[in-house]
Design a protein around this ligand. Structure first.
Ligand SMILES: Cc1cc2nc3c(=O)[nH]c(=O)nc-3n(C[C@H](O)[C@H](O)[C@H](O)COP(=O)(O)O)c2cc1C
Length: 198
């Protein structure tokens, strides 16, 4: 990046050494060179950022189990807020958890319930032995989405909580149970997770 800046400065200087160019053309050429360098720098920065996040670990993984998308949206909102606070955070489907390395800080689970207390589609088959072994001793928290109108309120979120505890993971706080995406309870989730964002 530094080299690109130096090269651009040299190229601009050379333009001003060319006696054959009119003043107007010198300004035009310098402007074009600087604009080109800026575009290159921003592309380079994007590539470097992409490489860092592909290679590096995560402070938080946010795993979602959803049938109709609410849990995924809330997982994405959680990622946004964590990143704003400076953490490396990413989302993935709950049943893809076995494909990633455990996070450095905590595993966050945003989990809906469907059917009669059942796992939604991105949660089916999540709990294999590899997952349990990886998460022993790790911090975790659960945002359980459901509807109090159903007899088995937030059943899958509570089941996931129990499985994590049985695997030896440590809850950061009690599972936050949300009925019909109640914004007050969603706020409780964010306040416990990021008290500094208040
Ligand atoms: C067919 C169906 C079955 C549901 N079963 C339950 C249930 O057993 N327990 C519960 O608490 N909520 C239940 N819900 C409510 C959902 O969990 C709730 O609407 C949730 O916000 C949906 O999140 P999602 O969009 O991530 O799938 C059910 C909803 C539907 C449509």
């Amino acid at each position: 990046m530094k080299n690109l800046g130096l090269l651009t400065a040299l190229a601009v200087l050379s333009v001003w050494q060319l006696d054959s160019l009119t003043l107007e053309r010198r300004w035009l050429a310098s402007g074009a060179l600087v604009a080109y360098a800026l575009v290159l720098m921003s592309a380079l920065r994007r590539v470097q950022a992409g490489r860092a996040s592909a290679e590096g670990g995560r402070d938080y993984w946010i795993a979602y189990a959803t049938e109709t998308g609410t849990a995924r949206q809330l997982a994405q909102e959680t990622r946004k807020r964590l990143r704003k606070a400076g953490y490396r955070a990413d989302t993935l489907a709950l049943n893809a958890l076995a494909t990633v390395e455990p996070p450095d800080r905590a595993l966050l689970l945003v989990v809906s319930t469907t059917g009669d207390g059942d796992a939604p589609k991105t949660g089916i088959g999540w709990d294999d032995e590899r997952v349990s072994a990886c998460y022993a001793g790790l911090d975790f928290a659960v945002l359980a989405l459901g509807d109090r109108g159903y007899p088995r309120f937030c059943a899958f979120g509570l089941e996931v909580t129990q499985r994590m505890q049985a695997a030896g993971a440590r809850p950061l706080f009690a599972p936050v149970q949300v009925s019909q995406a109640d914004p007050r309870m969603i706020d409780v989730w964010f306040r416990q997770l990021l008290p500094e964002q208040g």
